[in-house]
Write a protein that binds this ligand. Structure first.
Ligand SMILES: Nc1nc2c(ncn2[C@@H]2O[C@H](COP(=O)(O)OP(=O)(O)O)[C@@H](O)[C@H]2O)c(=O)[nH]1
Ligand SMILES: [Mg+2]
Length: 270
């Protein structure tokens, strides 16, 4: 079950293969650990047992995320975790980014969706290697899934790894995948209030891409208000206005990616 919504991740697959018998409640390498965590008899109530299980789940995930992060750092790879509600334009932004960076910066992609490999196919068609994780009933990627996907993905030294998370503004906020930053994509068709309604996600992100800005003339979306709401929950949040459709703002996004990736190539980078 998920620590947040209680969903199950059983049946996750990576490129169509059995990813792992996914059980957030247990050590993935030692089936049964969840029962040991739950069954001490010392917790007193179902509520406190649940807290203990959630802490164990996130601690396990954090440990695996650290392994992913070390692995990526060893190759000087700059990794981002793209999070948003479904349809904000993550895959379209990735396709445009891959096309623009061709010959400048190698990009590899991990795609997360509950079902289908359509997004991985869009990425491969754009010219980048991609691995598709299908989470089944799960509503987010976790560090174990991404670690398994990395084993199948050709990662070039000094390149960029883009992880497109399952479309969901809630659960992916809690799960570190080993990325350098979470990037939250908010499209202007979703309403200004989403940062206030889903603050955990906007707090966890370092950068907000405000996408579909080409549609602004047709909407009453208030950009200043949306940015103010986002900064209310995360004063440090960087914001870029973009349109994957028109190309507006893409130069700033690409320049940021290239600068951050170049910094990771420096062996002295933390
Ligand atoms: N007008 C407009 N449509 C966009 C833009 N980016 C994506 N879309 C459209 O939004 C829909 C969802 O895009 P997709 O990339 O699949 O979103 P994802 O679910 O976040 O990966 C598609 O119909 C895209 O063509 C944009 O910048 N402007
Ligand atoms: Mg997508």
């Amino acid at each position: 079950m998920c620590t947040t919504c209680g969903c199950g991740g059983e049946g996750a697959t990576i490129d169509g293969h059995d990813g792992h018998a996914h059980d957030h409640g247990g050590n993935p390498y030692q089936p049964g650990a969840r029962r040991r965590t739950q069954g001490t008899g010392q917790e007193g109530s179902a509520g406190s047992r649940r807290v203990l299980v959630e802490q164990a789940i996130l601690a396990k995930n954090d440990a695996l995320a650290r392994i992913n992060r070390e692995r990526l750092a060893a190759k000087g790879v700059f990794a981002l975790n793209l999070v948003s509600s479904p349809g904000s334009g993550k895959t379209t932004l990735l396709v445009k980014t891959i096309e623009a960076l061709r010959g400048r910066l190698p990009v590899a992609v991990v795609e997360g969706d509950q079902q289908t490999s359509q997004d991985a196919e869009r990425i491969r068609a754009a010219g980048a290697p991609a691995v598709q994780i299908n989470t089944g009933k799960g509503c987010h990627l976790d560090a174990l899934m991404v670690g398994r996907a990395l084993e199948r993905l050709p990662l070039e030294t000094g390149g960029l790894l883009m992880i497109e998370n399952v479309g969901n503004l809630v659960c992916p906020a809690a799960f570190d995948l080993g990325e350098a930053h979470k990037v939250v994509v908010l499209s202007v068709t979703e309403g200004e209030d989403k940062p206030l309604k889903y603050p955990d996600m906007f707090r966890a992100a370092s950068l907000m891409l405000l996408n579909k800005c080409d549609l602004l003339p047709h909407l009453d979306f208030d950009v200043e208000q949306a940015v103010a709401y986002a900064r209310r929950v995360n004063p440090e949040l960087r914001v870029m206005r973009v349109s994957a459709r028109s190309g507006e703002g893409m130069a700033d996004w690409l320049a940021w990616l290239e600068a951050e990736a170049a910094a990771r190539r420096d062996p002295g980078h933390p």
